[in-house]
Design a protein around this ligand. Structure first.
Ligand SMILES: NC(=O)C1=CN([C@@H]2O[C@H](COP(=O)(O)OP(=O)(O)OC[C@H]3O[C@@H](n4cnc5c(N)ncnc54)[C@H](O)[C@@H]3O)[C@@H](O)[C@H]2O)[C@H](O)CC1
Ligand SMILES: [K+]
Length: 498
């Protein structure tokens, strides 16, 4: 499928409603015609993915998503497919009522669903239950139907949004359709790229329904997808001093590996020099494991100060712990007022002693750390990841990477990008330490906090996808170090680099 020039743009439901009205005016067509175009795009997607299909069952909800389903039934029957149709409600309104009338006028039957209903046999199920209008968990009868569709063992084509997935947040308040393919209409949607989306959306296709580019150009999206990018090329005459000096501060007893991983990934992402301030007992092991790291034993502010003076960027927090040693280093490091990446216990200490940053700063919380920083339950973060990332960035005057499936990058002015790469194999110890080192290295090479966070998140996730090509289970953080270097030098990711 050709990539649409505005396929990076992600919108909210409110923006989509405005776009839909503007599209109708710009195209001079009726809502019914727009719905027919949606149905036609859905039929094309169905034929492309399942060309041999003969028999489908379409499940229609009470609104216009259901209307798309009724018109798909009309077009599919005209194309010679056998079509069963299940409806959640006895009647429809507006354009959906016209669509239902068109289905029934051609002899189409409607099986009215109830909680004891039996799912009709079909080679493929089409989910036209709820689209952007879903505003709460599906009712019991609809939930039962969704569960039966999910357990049917048959592929599912979702129209616009997999039913049960919140279009704005990517959260699922209840059960949700697990789609094989989702064909979404007119424009990209925030909730299709973060939170629970990865398990519900399947292959995602955008059908623009003939909406003119001018309309996209006139609509500033709420967020955008990150684009794959290599690091800026290096001048030939560069020397190690030109590429910055990262100081990793962390590695409390039992957590030396965190500091090492952050230091090594900073090297692999191109930092000129990397020092590690850690417990004295870890120095020998760190030097033996990676002699390119300059490991120093520090016992408090006095021994940390000279290292802070030589560093251009700090990576504060990997394995730092929250005890007196870590806390004393944390206070001294923040008082140095150097550009920094704050992660792990560096964030947990900030939650205890909040402050706004006045230097370029990138915070990299996972949802639990974000919850502590905002003083809310983790569930609240997942309920609206976009709002949480933006609130953190504004409150701490930092660029924030809210990690998770579909990591978000937000800046204090509200700008937000979404990472489309990564995989469940990356949910393992040390992956966050790697990201900290990469972002610190990019800051050290002169990137702004925003660009260091966006580039770093993209490189890290693409390296994870590359490393997971031989399996996600058992993926180790250090497996990403080689791909990080390749991708940083612009080699093809072989992964999902679109
Ligand atoms: N985006 C576009 O430009 C196009 C959109 N079309 C399709 O229309 C739907 C949006 O339709 P809408 O009627 O606004 O809402 P839904 O069909 O998604 O939802 C139906 C209706 O259900 C109610 N509702 C919400 N949540 C629940 C719930 N959990 N249980 C019961 N009822 C619920 C709510 O009142 C909704 O109004 C869009 O997704 C597209 O598929 C056009 O047809 C094509 C272009
Ligand atoms: K749907």
């Amino acid at each position: 499928m050709p990539i649409h020039p505005y396929s990076r743009d992600l919108h909210t439901v409110g923006q989509l409603r405005v776009m839909e009205r503007a599209a109708l005016a710009a195209l001079g067509i009726s809502g019914q015609e727009l719905m027919r175009r949606a149905a036609s795009a859905a039929l094309s997607s169905l034929r492309r993915h399942w060309p041999q299909l003969q028999q489908i069952c379409i499940h229609c909800g009470p609104g216009n998503n259901g209307g798309d389903g009724f018109l798909l039934g009309v077009l599919a029957r005209e194309a010679g497919l056998q079509v069963e149709l299940v409806a959640l409600s006895a009647a429809a309104h507006g354009d959906a009522a016209l669509a239902r009338a068109a289905w029934e006028a051609g002899g189409g039957k409607v099986q009215l669903w109830d909680i004891d209903g039996v799912l009709p046999a079909a080679e493929l199920h089409v989910d036209a239950l709820y689209g952007i209008g879903l505003n709460r968990a599906p009712e019991p009868a609809a939930a039962r139907l969704i569960e039966q569709i999910n357990h049917s063992g048959r592929p599912v084509l979702a129209l616009d949004v997999p039913s049960g997935l919140n279009t704005d947040s990517g959260d699922c308040p209840g059960v949700a359709i697990r789609a094989s393919v989702t064909v979404t209409f007119i424009a990209g949607k925030r909730g299709l790229h973060t939170g629970r989306a990865a398990d519900q959306v399947g292959v995602l296709e955008l059908a623009t329904l003939g909406v003119p580019d001018s309309l996209y150009a006139a609509t500033s999206p709420d967020a955008q997808l990150l684009v794959a990018a290599a690091l800026p090329p290096r001048p030939r005459y560069a020397n190690k001093g030109d590429n910055g000096h990262v100081l990793v501060i962390g590695g409390e007893h039992g957590m030396a590996g965190a500091a090492r991983l952050a230091g090594e990934s900073a090297l692999r992402a191109g930092a000129g020099l990397v020092s590690v301030a850690t417990r004295a007992g870890h120095v020998f092991a760190l030097n033996a494991a990676r002699p390119e790291l300059m490991a120093h034993g520090v016992d408090g502010p006095q021994t940390l100060m000279p290292l802070l003076e030589r560093a251009s960027v700090l990576a504060l927090g990997p394995g730092l712990g929250q005890a007196s040693w870590g806390h004393a280093l944390w206070l001294t490091a923040l008082d140095a007022n150097k550009p920094l990446v704050l992660d792990a216990d560096g964030l947990n200490l900030l939650a205890r002693e909040p402050r706004r940053f006045t230097v370029p700063a990138v915070m990299t919380p996972h949802p639990g750390e974000a919850a502590r920083l905002l003083g809310v339950a983790t569930r609240e973060i997942e309920r609206d990841r976009f709002a949480a990332a933006r609130e953190l960035a504004k409150r701490y005057a930092a660029v924030v990477v809210l990690k998770g499936v579909g990591s978000l990058v937000a800046d204090p002015d509200g700008r937000l990008d979404v990472c489309p790469w990564g995989n469940p194999g990356m949910a393992s110890g040390g992956m966050g330490d790697l990201l900290t080192g990469v972002v610190a290295a990019l800051l050290a090479q002169g990137c702004s906090a925003w660009r260091a966070a966006c580039l770093g998140v993209g490189l890290h996730a693409r390296a994870g996808d590359l490393a997971a090509q031989r399996g996600e289970r058992g993926l180790l953080a250090s497996d990403l170090l080689a791909p990080l270097r390749e991708l940083g030098n612009g080699m093809s990711g072989c992964g999902r680099d679109t």
